[in-house]
Design a protein around this ligand. Sequence first.
Ligand code: PLP
Length: 359
Amino acid sequence: MLALSRRSLVGLGLALPALGALRLAHGAPADPGPVQINFNESPWGPSAAARQAMAEGIANCGRYPYKAQYRLIDHFAAQHGLQADQVQVFCGSKLALQHAVMAFTQRGSLVLAEPSYEAPVEAAQARGTAVHAVPLDRQHAHDVDAMLAADAKPGMIYLCNPNNPTGTLTSRHAIERLLSRAPADSVVVVDEAYIHFSDAPSCIELVREHPRLLVLQTFSKLYGMAGARLGLAIGQAPLLRQLEVYDGENVAAAPTLLGGLASLADPQLVPTRKAANARLRDATIAWLGDRGWQCTASQTNCFMIDLRTPAQPVVERLAERGVLVGRVWRSWPNWMRVSVGSEHDMQRLREAFVQVMPG
Ligand code: PLP
């Protein structure tokens, strides 16, 4: 990520809604604030059922919600044909990922794609762990053969599918090749934060035959619960026990757990939101394509635009017009990531984009 920290980016986004509140206090019409399509969040937030469950969860906040956590684990495990001890709850999947880096890179490097989600790199670098970043292939999929060749004995191989920031997929065939050829002591972590938006099959079922596979999922993206912090790690019990060293058996917040359960119990939520996201994403990419701008072949709620010029100044000019996008990855300085927001968000993006990049 270039120069700007997440805190400064969040600050930029929050200053404008605060101004809106001020205007309201003086009787002026409310300013809806900037369009926030910069963190791959959901424009829809928790589903109606999740909101109701979360509101009811507040009443339970006087008690530790272990029962709700066990119910969530049992429900998810049953949906995927797993044992309950093959699912672990975290306050966000980023925490699970950070713990995975701590647990699995003690005697070996981290191998991952570039560009990809930076959290594992940051966790590895904070511990002085060697990192091998292997460029995505020409289709923007993980180049699993090059990743296998990057280090004969890595501690952890991280694969994000669909990949953040490109939104692109790596085939199941390639992932299975990675799993069958990875050294016996290495752990393969498949991050499926965005899998619900895509047609790709989850790797969860592969956990049964691969004791060194860890799959991560989150409620932050399609389920719209980023602010409630709920992520899952799925793997064989001995592997999950290696993560437990860092937080014991911690428990998430009651409203969060109940909101997660209500989301899992709604069979319409994934297909409905997946279709809405795909429609808005594909329409925006087609609009950009008509004007000569190439985008990555995204299967998720973010994509990248090749601006053919340094992207960071464009991010800043869009922000000045109240449209927060980004970020830019150092290895792809001319590409800008855009998250898929609501119809209104994408319309605002189009209006600002033509001003900033008249073509
Ligand atoms: N994994 C990927 C690929 C992400 O992009 C993100 C967040 O953007 C996360 C994990 C973290 O998600 P959570 O909100 O569950 O911590």
